[in-house]
Design a protein around this ligand. Structure first.
Ligand code: S3P
Length: 426
């Protein structure tokens, strides 16, 4: 699908966005192995989270979808059934990596794979820990999907994560639910902690001591009613659009502001963005609030070290803001971007250059000088949702009509993205 985007004169109004992708995956997977029914409101409409639901159905879990409300009939820790065929994780790294933690503990063999992009994403990071726990996993070239997982009675482990990854942490903690005793994960830097919060909500025993998280195996998990906050990583595109387009004033309601995700707001404020958070509340242990943002002149900055991990999904759209900022943006310590849905260092730099914006590709990041103007261009999502949405934002301040090829990729996390953006732009 090809999407045309004209320059906007303001981005204004009040919007609510689909549910958080990270939280939706976790709620659905834990609900599947809990006892009793779980009702999830504002479940993500993104294709990725629906890939998770499809995999759960294939494992014998009753799943009903009524708009954005999802009802899951928990099967208990020992109630999953062998799937009839290959599990399809679609484009979703979260689905394959996190669900593997549960599959590794089943008394049956499963095969799980996804689309072309997923087939290139590294899985060794989950295979090592699950093998230590006693599961046998085979992969294409020993590291890529499809994965063939031979479940086992798992042993608890104390695992030191070699990469900063909430998906790998979650995989090990999920596997730990099935092992007798305590399983711990120590992280190099603190990553998003939705799993820890969600497990505690369902009744698991979770202990967090600085960067070490411990779960006790064989907990009693009970189905419950949950509400997913709006996705801050989706909000990032609208925040960026309002910051860039003069005359903008936008409110985004009910956004997830978990401190392990909200580094984005601090970073933007540090760049000079006018952002205010109001109506703070808590839903199921997750902080939620409204964000008010206005067009602002941005100073620019550097993203490196721990900050890179905290902003990893937002870097494509921050790169766009960086080019328009006073001093530009440098991103370091971000080699991980090369193994996301696309090589996001390459796809960001490629699209920036198409718009006449200078950008240097570094092995572990990029350097983008500031005070640059965007030229209208033919852009490409390269099949990556965050690239499609980041460059839709850039196109709002280009000199004429731009085109995004492969615009349908946005639906991986945000199916209504183009309509929502169109409704705000004037
Ligand atoms: C996610 C963790 C991050 C992030 C991804 C979602 C999660 O990946 O990039 O979009 O929900 O745990 P890593 O865990 O690989 O860093």
């Amino acid at each position: 699908m090809l999407q045309r985007i004209s320059p906007a004169s303001a981005i204004s109004g009040r919007i609510a966005l689909p549910g958080d992708k990270s939280i939706s995956h976790r709620y659905a997977m834990i609900a599947a192995i809990a006892e009793g029914e779980t009702r999830i409101r504002n479940y993500s409409t993104g294709a990725d989270c629906h890939s998770t639901l499809a995999c759960l159905r294939a494992l014998g879990v009753p799943v009903e979808v009524h708009g954005t409300e999802v009802v899951i009939g928990g099967r208990g820790l020992d109630g999953l059934r062998p799937p009839a065929g290959l599990l399809d994780a679609g484009n979703s790294g979260s689905t394959i990596r996190m669900l593997s933690g549960i599959l590794a503990a089943q008394p049956f063999r499963t095969r799980i794979a996804g689309d072309e992009s997923l087939a290139r994403r590294p899985m060794r990071r989950i295979m090592q820990s699950l093998a230590e726990m006693g599961a046998r996993i085979a992969a294409r070239e020993e590291q890529f999907p499809p994965l063939e997982i031979e479940g086992a009675r798992l042993r608890p482990i104390d695992y030191v994560l070699p990469v900063a990854s909430a998906q790998v942490k979650t995989c090990v903690l999920f596997a730990g639910l099935f092992a007798e005793g305590a399983t711990s994960v120590t992280e190099p830097v603190r990553s998003r902690d939705h799993t820890e919060i969600a497990l505690a909500e369902f009744g698991a025993e979770v202990r967090v001591e600085r960067r070490k998280i411990t779960v006790t195996g064989r907990p009693k998990l009970s189905g419950r009613e949950l509400e997913v906050p709006s996705d801050l990583s989706s909000a990032a595109f609208f925040l960026a659009a309002a910051l860039l387009v003069p005359g903008s004033r936008l409110t985004i309601a009910g956004v997830g502001l978990n401190p392990t995700r909200a580094a984005l707001l601090d970073f933007l404020s540090g760049m000079g963005a006018h952002i205010r958070v109001t109506d703070l509340d808590s839903h199921n242990g997750e902080l939620v609030g409204d964000i008010l943002v206005e067009h602002s002149a941005l100073r620019g900055g550097e993203i490196s070290g721990e900050l890179t991990a905290a902003l990893i999904d937002e870097i494509p759209v921050l790169a766009v803001l960086g080019a328009a900022s006073e001093q530009g943006l440098t991103v370091r310590d971000a080699a991980e971007l090369r193994v996301k849905e696309t090589d996001r260092i390459r796809t960001v730099v490629d699209n920036l250059r198409r718009m006449g914006v200078a950008a240097e590709e570094l092995p572990d990041g990029m350097a983008i000088p500031g005070r640059q103007k965007f030229r209208a261009a033919e852009l490409d999502s390269f099949g990556d949702h965050r690239i499609a949405m980041a460059f839709a934002v850039a196109a709002l301040v280009a000199g004429g009509e731009s085109v995004v090829h492969g615009a349908e990729a946005a639906s991986v996390s945000f199916p209504g993205f183009w309509e929502t953006l169109g409704g705000l732009a004037s």
